[in-house]
Design a protein around this ligand. Sequence first.
Ligand code: NCD
Length: 330
Amino acid sequence: MASARPVPSRHLLGIDGMSRDDLEEILDLTDTFAEVGRRTIPKVPALRGRTVASLFFENSTRTRLSFETAARRLSADTMTFTSGSSSLSKGESLRDTVEVIGSYGADAIVVRHAMAGTAHRLAGWTDAAVINAGDGCHEHPTQALLDCYTLREARGDLDGMRIGIVGDIRHSRVARSNVLAFTLLGAEVLLIAPPTLLPPSTEGWPVTVTHDLDASLPDLDACYLLRLQRERISEGLIPSIREYAADFGLDARRASRLPDDALILHPGPTNLGVELTSEVAADHRSLILDQVANGVSLRMAVLFLLLGSGRDLVPDGVRDELPDEEAPGP
Ligand code: NCD
């Protein structure tokens, strides 16, 4: 359903297809919005009159709240949809839902769904800018961007950093987006996981793979722990949570094998006692709370770029499949 307002064709669907310059532009702009966040009244009129809808078919605390906080700090109006309380339970389709949201004037739709490719599909159905807030095991681009921002804030840049991504790589959209983003910014990525929690093939991934966490820790500049995606894990992939934690959980003993200045990250929500202990979460090297705080500034930058500045974040390959209202006329 077309809206009466000017039609944007701007989306953030994944890190795949983005360039180092694209990423750096977003990270640079995030600095500006972090400054806004430190003001007594952390609000600017940049998106006054625009509406940001969040459309969450899977649970979320950080991502949804930080997008909504970001939208409000930019003076946009917000609209929230969660699947539990909607007419989906009456059989309404995803497409109907998107059209309803579009007809109420959403300029951007932030979407999370258990099915890979959902954000891409939405981009073909709506005039609003679509932002992928997590599609199944596929991508979670704003998480990767905020992680890059957090590492950059701690270290200046990611060039030459050795980053270990640990745990349930197989089911993690965060891992997929982060492998792409970290390597685009010049880091080296090591995937550390039991064979059953790796994707069926990592061929073509710009990574090294190992199953030995203890041996890898001393060489890491950053250790990025992933949540065990219990909602996506089928029976038998791990012997038991306790055994997983014994081999891949970061406790104080293991954390002491990391260099003194290594960084520890986790996208949240954390399963304390599984991926890491509460002691490690509170370690002076842990950036977990910085990740949460930076999520708001980063998402302000993304919303501003998509809705405020006329920049197009659609990668070239995807662009051809989407309606492009900005293509020059004949
Ligand atoms: C991540 C997600 O939902 O993919 N969480 C988040 O956005 N902060 C990671 C996770 O749930 O494990």
